[in-house]
Design a protein around this ligand. Structure first.
Ligand SMILES: NC(=O)c1ccc[n+]([C@@H]2O[C@H](COP(=O)([O-])OP(=O)(O)OC[C@H]3O[C@@H](n4cnc5c(N)ncnc54)[C@H](O)[C@@H]3O)[C@@H](O)[C@H]2O)c1
Length: 155
């Protein structure tokens, strides 16, 4: 049986932002490796299908998705507050090429969603295809501003 969320150590509580062809297989493998995974995606239709164990990719057969769900260790959600308390966060959002350069707006958006919920010392991994330096350049402002906000509000 899965641990209740409040007893799961942050090192085994993993957020994966983007539940597409990259994020979903990663989520299911992380569950198999013993992590409790919050699979965040703003696409409500996608999350609804994931909760019904309908996989969008043959890389994750429906029965594997169903077993991750029934273990209680995989939670697909559109709710940002579910990201609280994660010790590991993986960003796997789209970065379509525009004019020959990756459009990093979804990374920026994911970083802003994640930042207020990050624990000190959390590991953030950027899986999206992009140019070198994106993790620092795009995600650092969101992390810094969230920390400043927490300090100012006594958090
Ligand atoms: N598919 C591959 O084989 C592959 C391989 C290597 C790298 N990549 C890279 O990985 C990244 C993701 O690719 P993919 O194929 O999984 O894309 P995808 O389109 O299958 O899935 C992306 C998911 O991210 C969600 N999303 C969009 N904005 C978001 C946000 N702000 N916060 C959280 N989730 C958000 C979308 O709703 C979608 O479900 C891209 O940068 C891609 O280039 C893909």
């Amino acid at each position: 049986m899965a641990d209740s969320p409040s007893t799961i150590p942050s090192a085994r509580r993993t957020a994966i932002l983007g539940q597409g062809y990259v994020g979903l297989p990663l989520a299911v493998q992380a569950v198999r490796a013993g992590h409790h995974v919050i699979g965040f995606d703003p696409d409500a239709q996608r999350v609804k299908r994931l909760r019904a164990a309908e996989s969008p990719t043959p890389d994750v057969p429906d029965d594997q998705l169903a077993s991750a769900l029934t273990s209680g260790a995989y939670t697909p959600t559109t709710r940002p507050d579910a990201l609280a308390g994660c010790g590991i966060a993986v960003i796997a959002v789209p970065t379509p090429l525009r004019g020959g350069a990756p459009d990093v707006s979804a990374i920026r958006c994911a970083a802003r969603t994640l930042a207020p919920h990050l624990r000190p010392g959390a590991l953030v991994v950027l899986e999206s295809t992009t140019y070198p330096g994106t993790t620092e350049e795009v995600t650092r402002p969101a992390r810094t501003s969230a920390m400043a906000h927490a300090r100012n509000s006594g958090g």
